[in-house]
Structures are given as structure tokens and as C-alpha cells.
Design a binder for this molecule. Sequence first.
Ligand SMILES: NC(=O)c1ccc[n+]([C@@H]2O[C@H](COP(=O)([O-])OP(=O)(O)OC[C@H]3O[C@@H](n4cnc5c(N)ncnc54)[C@H](O)[C@@H]3O)[C@@H](O)[C@H]2O)c1
Length: 234
Amino acid sequence: MIVTGAKAGIGGACIGVFRREGWTAFGVDIQEGADFVADISSYAQCQAAVAECLRQHGRLDALVNNAAIQTYGNVLTTTEEIWDRTLGVNLKGQWLMSKAAVPYMTAGSAIVNVSSVQGLASQKNVTAYSTSKHGLIGLTRSMAVDLASAGIRVCCVCPAAVDTPLIHAQYDMVEDVDAFRSALNRQHPIGRMAEPREIAETIEFLAGPRASFMTGSIVTVDGGMMSPLPGSHE
Ligand SMILES: NC(=O)c1ccc[n+]([C@@H]2O[C@H](COP(=O)([O-])OP(=O)(O)OC[C@H]3O[C@@H](n4cnc5c(N)ncnc54)[C@H](O)[C@@H]3O)[C@@H](O)[C@H]2O)c1
């Protein structure tokens, strides 16, 4: 299997969970130290990553499209550069990795896209990020329909807050980190953020044969965040 964004957070946890379950995991990241260093917004680099995985392991049973960047800005403050980079990595990058991988995937294999609860609803000030995550749900459904006859399943997970470097990067923007983390925890009826492993467990399930009748599925892994009636929680 290939997981993108393997050097941190959820992608790193995927490497551990998939290996524990007996998969051969091949990590791709823009950061040095991954099994293959590539920027997924480049089709040539996606093709090179898939080729290297096939050279080393001979087959490709699953692709986890996990890499993304978090950016900020509303409709007015988002620059074209931020928009293009955010959509280029978070949406186009997932499509390009899929485009590079699908020709080598056979019946019984699967793709799992990592969207977000911000693919289902939006906070303030995340126009490009939320748009990319909504787009990923469309990409999931479109690929699920197109690839069903080839026996390739395509699913999507929508995590709420997960305790990863993506969240830690927001510490510089707040005055009180403890208060920030505590407010984030309280947004989930379960009372806490997710650990990366908890998202990786769901991804591994969706990628494997136990999820054989699931395709086009959009799975929230959110500690209950999307369940309360507006205003009813807390
Ligand atoms: N952490 C959260 O609260 C949260 C919530 C919902 C959804 N998500 C989603 O989960 C996924 C993983 O998030 P995370 O929290 O583990 O993030 P992270 O920032 O901890 O890790 C992301 C990884 O992707 C890599 N990456 C970034 N741009 C890349 C590129 N162009 N090419 C290749 N690799 C690249 C980074 O180097 C990093 O290793 C993302 O799609 C994110 O949007 C995260």
C-alpha cells in the first residue's frame, strides 16, 4: 500500500497500523526521510512514487490519499497563491496520485481519501481548505462510480480534530495553548480530540477486504462532532 503524508500525524500512524495488520507499507512525503520523497501536486513525482513502490514491492493493493496542508483565509483574504497551493495539494494532488496508481491496481484493491469534517461543513477563515475537503468527497464519489466495474473501491474518511502537527501548528496563533486545546476537546461530544491511530484504524479497515461492500462511502470519524442539533451540545 502507499500512504501519502507518511512523515507525520495520520499518515505516520497509517504506516504503523497497516504494518501491524500485515500490509507492506510504502510512505510518500514531501519531507526527507519518507520511503519516497515527492510533492503530490506534481504528476511526474506521483508517477515516480508509484513506479518506485512497484519496483520495490511488485504490487499495489491500496492507496491512502492523506497528505494535505492547512491554510487560512476567507473569501477576501485568501490569495490566489494560497488557493492554488491548497487546492493543488489537497484536491489535485489526491487526483494525481490516483491517476498514477489506478492503472496498476487490480480487482479487490482500494483507495481511501482523507477529507475532514470541514468537507461536510465549514469553520470561519478556511475558504480554500474547506473547499478542497468538500471537493475530495466529490472526487471520492466520482472515482467510486468509475472504478466499481474494475473492482476497485474508493472510500473517504472525515476526521474531526486529531492531535497531530497540523493542530500543533495553530499554537502560534493562540494566546493560551491549554485553553485552545481544551476548547477543541470540548467540541467533540466524546470530550477529546482523536489520536492519529484512531483515524488510521478506520482507514485500514476501509482499505481491506472486511470493507468489501463499501465504496463511495463517506465515513465520519469525529467523536460525535457532527451529531448534535445546532446549539444543543454544551
Ligand atoms: N489533524 C487534524 O485535526 C485533521 C482533521 C481532519 C482532517 N485532517 C486531514 O488528515 C490528513 C493528515 O493530516 P495530519 O493532521 O496528519 O497532517 P500533518 O500536517 O501532521 O501531516 C501531513 C503530512 O503531509 C505531508 N505533505 C504536505 N504537503 C505535501 C505534498 N505536497 N506532497 C507530499 N506530502 C505532503 C507533510 O510533510 C506531512 O508529513 C490531511 O488530509 C488533513 O487535512 C486532519
